[in-house]
Design a protein around this ligand. Sequence first.
Ligand code: 6A9
Length: 781
Amino acid sequence: ESEGAAARRRMARSVTPLDAPRMMDLPQFQGDHKESLYWGTYRPNVYLGIRARTPLSLIAGLMWIGVKNGQYFIRHVCQDSDELSKYGWADHNGRDYGRQELTDHGLHLTTSFLKEKGDGSGYGGDWAVRLDAKNEGSSLSEAQESTTHLFFYIADEAGKLITMGSHEPPSRGPVLLASGLHEEIGDWELYLRSEDNLEIHRAGFQTTSMHNLSDLVQHALVTNARQSGNLNLPDMAEDSSNAMIYQVSIKLPAKIDIVFLSGAGSKNPMTAERVNRLTGPMLSTRLESKQKDFEERYDQIFNVNNKIVSKELSVGRAALSSLLGGIGYFYGQSKIALPKGFSQKNGDKYIPYWPAALYTAVPSRSFFPRGFLWDEGFHQLVIWRWDAHISMDIIGHWLDLINADGWIPREQILGAEALSKVPEEFVLQYPSNGNPPTLFLALRDLASGIHAHQFSDEEAEKISTFLKRAYVRLNSWFQWFNSTQSGKYEGTFFWHGRDSMTTRELNPKTLTSGLDDYPRASHPNDEERHVDLRCWMLLATNCMRSIAGFLKMDSSLEKDYYKLSDQLSDFETLNKMHLDDKTGAYFDFGNHTEKVRLRWYEDREAMKRELLRETLEAPQLQLVPHVGYVSLFPFMMGAIPPESWVLEKQLDLISNTSILWTDYGLRSLSRTSSMYMKRNTEHDAPYWRGAIWINMNYMILSGLHHYAHEDGPYRVRAGELYDELRSNLIRNIVGNYQETGFFWENYDQKNKGKGKGARSFTGWTSLVVLIMAESYPSLHR
Ligand code: 6A9
């Protein structure tokens, strides 16, 4: 076989699904389960968006005209540049109820969502949206004087015709806005009901690009305004319109209910009754009772009553709700990079993955509204406790994305809507790139939860079936790491794919590790060993071992896991590979020098200045002396025996204010590190080089909690640090939320712990729920 042919075979394999029974074909994901999760707020990238978990769905959503400094803006897609002072789900149960609060320069909107399968409903049931619009604050605001314009739309991704309803004033009873037919649910109808005075204008479009709906609306408004002088949609529909937009113009305050009925038909005698149940006073009653159920369930599951004060309680609920309300459904094909020098006949440098669905939570609705592999494991730590069925459904979708090599693409950009948010250079996925297998954290909890009788019999049975089927996939995922990310010596690992040729980066990044610019060996080569990856492998092996034990499997494969888990748990070996005897800190190992810097180079002819890397001393094989999150991985995983002196050293590093400790949480990198808060390139500000990140703080807190409950000389100290770190994290996240209205991507280790990076980062920052509840992953096998 020629080299080219071998490369082509590998490429084809990288977009071939693993040959194993699919998770989503399990009986537990069919029938009632599937139907119960059909509709949802599964379009997290827009302020309010509803769709079904099906590739070509009906989609619905909200836009409005925001007024800022006398200028008009269409609000639709979540964007930080809209400068909403608040948006996010205050309540959301991930299934059939949610309540979101949005504040846009004087306009305060509450959007509630409720789903119900009533008498006469078609597949998936009916749903209602309540829009409650008020003035924010008492001062006379811009919004108050004028008319407020809300737009509600419904569109069919399958391109089916939508019929526009009647045009009568809606003041007396509900008005039919639209109707149509969808393959999976039959006839459907959309109604509006309000007691307030309002005007409705409409426009219909024929379109396939749903991510451009705001442009269509803007264009229609501007065109009509030129002709008529009014800010109204033109009350016209294109032929074969499959997207209908309704402009509802109101004076504040106003309340509008919108109902979607599936399997409907105005001639159906039940219709009026169904609309009635989901609007007006009956909707109010239902929403109130859902809210009460939600709050009770929250208290019961996170058992927070005596652990936190009440102002923290509502922030915890908002964190959970934002995570659940951020769950999306995506469908499409990832773009997989071809090896250097290869391209398709049409010039494309990628080949498409197979078309696939992904049901997943997202890190941030505005910045990163799509699935990220290692983020998801942290999300699932929260979600499985709330609803193990949703969690298995999400993990199942991810596991079905494994290819024939056992690889899962790290960032999932599926479908045009998702793609529209991603700059080109970030789109391609590399089949040689890993990302931490954090899903094992949640899987291990599920497995050990059965042992501990944490689940009902029915749940436990589903979890067992799930784990049984997952086993083959997990094994292949594990083997992918074990074979492609291994180091020079047995039982050592490193994140492959770091750039060893770069002259631009102060320290070549390790995006695969999830810790991006966290400093590693200055000169990447294959002598490297990464202590975080070693610990992830330990977690994965232990998890495989406990699933195997739990399923009572006993083949040679399981014996291999037993062996590997013993090997990776061996304290002596860990220390030999990664421990610095003098300081008691764990480090990466590699070809390294501390003497590198970025320097400006002037190129007079081109009139250019460039910041390039200079190496001032030859690198040597050595431990890489940066104390930070990576150093603490053995501690996080409970891999240090409780009586060891090394444990004391870890507690020293954690508690030292010149190293990692701040009043707001632990820094990602020691203040004493040569890379502390250093830019990586001219354009790359420090990211994991100092800031406080909640996923890692949560893991370290888990470690402290673990050692605070293990007999040994450091038990009391671990307990004290645990209490202090926990209350620092809660106080800071809650304080920032109350001050800014948002959860943040990370927090400033200086500047009083201020939120930084993407705001509305409701991914792993929502771990604050578990920090409040003192729920931690099981660290034993
Ligand atoms: C950039 C820019 C509108 C970076 O939370 C997701 C990931 C983490 O997995 C990773 O550990 N974030 C962390 O270091 C955000 C990554 C965003 C990459 C794509 C696109 C879009 O701008």
